[in-house]
Each structure stands twice: as structure tokens, then as C-alpha cells.
Design a protein around this ligand. Sequence first.
Ligand SMILES: O=C(O)CCC(=O)C(=O)O
Ligand SMILES: [Fe+2]
Length: 230
Amino acid sequence: MTDAIDWISAAEALDANGWAVLPRLLDPESCHALAALYDAPEHFRSHVIMARHGFGRGEYRYFAYPLPDPVQALRTALYPPLAEIANRWHARMGIAQRFPAAHAEWLAQCHAAGQTRPTPLLLRYGPGDYNCLHQDLYGAHVFPLQVAVLLSAPGGDFAGGEFILTEQRPRMQSRAAVVPLGRGDAVVFAVNQRPVRGSRGDYRVTMRHGVSAVHLGRRHTLGIIFHDAT
Ligand SMILES: O=C(O)CCC(=O)C(=O)O
Ligand SMILES: [Fe+2]
């Protein structure tokens, strides 16, 4: 699942753009099995109807602990290489905090600070549904990178519904990127701020992510956030 990831390219793309695609992280069968969990409420701790909160249109469910095997395995295996990148980013942004090498250790820090509720989630969008630009901050403890895996096939299962990132630069207008994803592809991206190299050293830009309107069909995503929630 994660053994074949080209972390050198991913780190380069993350440093250059604040996001990277991990192609074919999950095979179609795993995508199908994960999306099907959406209808098994015993796996989840809460259910959010996005329109009720002004978050967009569509719905999502936060997994309960213990996480289903593939979600737990991905969260644990993706964390260590991302923690190395996160630590470099913090150094470049002049932030003192560093992340431990193992996810369990980072979660223990979240839990000790009262952030104990699991944040991995499944999202479901139908025609007309979309996800407003947002940041997944759930408390003071924030791991600066997160992952979203597209579980549905663009063109086959759905049309529209593109993953969007915006970058707010100091004293400049924001720029947007559309991330090209196929079924099973993951995008790694900055939760909040990332460093950008300028002529006078690094500065920080602020990222937000969202999803444009789905036109047809049904789109499922798995979101993996590495900090827990208050
Ligand atoms: O559905 C998507 O592609 C975006 C999901 C999302 O906001 C997240 O994983 O944090
Ligand atoms: Fe999100």
C-alpha cells in the first residue's frame, strides 16, 4: 500500500507547491470496500450534514476508535515520512515544535492535551454537493500535513467534484490549484501554513482546501488527519 510511494518526488512537490499526489495509493477493491463502510454506522462517532453548518453541501462521518484496519494502517504508515517533512517545514518557518518519529507518540501528545477524538473521516457527495474552502484544525495541536484519498472514479462514478487548494500569500492575491486525482490516488497537502522560499528567505503562505460541485453521480473520499480533535 505505502511501500511503493516515491517520497523523494512527493517531498519535492510538497516543498514546491504545498501538495503532492500519491498515485494509486489504494486499489479499486480497497476503494470500493472503504466507500461501502459509509453505510455501516457502527464504524463512526459522528455524522455531519454540511449544509447545516454552512460547510457546503454533502455529508461526512468521523470514524470511531478503533479505526478500521486500512485506515489505521494508512495513518500509521504515512506519518513517519510526513513527520520528517513537517519538521523541515517547522524549521524553515521558525516554529520550535518538532514531531516525534512515530504516530503513536504524536497521538499521545494530542491525547494528553485533551485532543482525544479521532479525526479520520469518510465524505460522500452527490449531484450539487460541494465542500467550501476550509482548514481541518481541531485544537492547538496541529500536524501540518494531511491526506485525502479519492475512492470514486472520475468520469465513471461522478463528474465535477474537483479537489481545490488555495494559497494566500502575504500582501498578494490568492492563487488556486485543481489537483488531478484518479480513483485510489491520494493528495498530501498543507493543513494551514507552509514555507515558501523568497529572495529574502522563507515566508509563510496559508492554504485552504475544498471540493468544487459534483455534477453527476456519487463521490466518496477518505480523509486522514494526523492530529485528534478536542
Ligand atoms: O472530499 C475531498 O476531496 C476533500 C475532503 C476533505 O476536506 C478532507 O479530507 O479534509
Ligand atoms: Fe478537509
